[in-house]
Write a protein that binds this ligand. Structure first.
Ligand SMILES: CC(C)(COP(=O)(O)OP(=O)(O)OC[C@H]1O[C@@H](n2cnc3c(N)ncnc32)[C@H](O)[C@@H]1OP(=O)(O)O)[C@@H](O)C(=O)NCCC(=O)NCCS
Length: 136
């Protein structure tokens, strides 16, 4: 599911509220987190002298501001990787950035059903005792 704030309304807190609402749903459903594709929207401005890898490193370090990715990192997303040929959008050179938010409140549920039967069950053979003592 994409969420986009019209450019005239950005940097006024709208996108942050949308992201917070997603986090609330994830917490309520006790999900592990959220994986999303982000567009490094200002990359084309420096693409002729900065590699995309360096660009993203700079955004993570906070030495470069990207109108889109920086805000998502500010909201707690972490960069997990680059996605070449992600979009036909030219402002980002076609790149996407895989971003992940881990739900800090996630609690693994205890199984309500028995675990699957292991492929190799231990075999216990019961050897019946002889009814009568053997005679030589
Ligand atoms: C990403 C996007 C949703 C952000 O929307 P927005 O309304 O501009 O975001 P906000 O104004 O709420 O800012 C979000 C956070 O960045 C911070 N921020 C905003 N402008 C900033 C600036 N110039 N410098 C530093 N931080 C800034 C805000 O403080 C906020 O953090 P906070 O909640 O901790 O205060 C919006 O830029 C967008 O629609 N991008 C294109 C579509 C997209 O890629 N969507 C995501 C994939 S689903």
């Amino acid at each position: 599911m994409d969420s986009v704030v019209l450019s005239d309304y950005r940097s006024q807190g709208v996108g942050g509220k949308l992201i917070d609402a997603r986090y609330d749903v994830i917490r309520k459903l006790n999900l592990r987190g959220l994986v999303a594709g982000s567009i490094p929207i200002d990359y084309s401005k420096v693409a002729n002298h900065v590699t995309i890898e360096q660009y993203v490193r700079d955004v993570i370090a906070g030495t470069r501001f990207d109108t889109n990715l920086s805000k998502q990192l500010r909201k707690g997303f972490k960069v997990h990787g680059l996605i070449p040929n992600y979009t036909t959008e030219t402002s980002c050179g076609g790149y996407g950035v895989e971003i992940v938010w881990d739900n800090p409140d996630y609690r693994p549920l205890r199984r309500a059903y028995p675990a699957a039967v292991p492929a190799r069950m231990p075999v216990i053979r019961q050897v019946p005792a002889p009814l009568m003592p053997r005679t030589a």
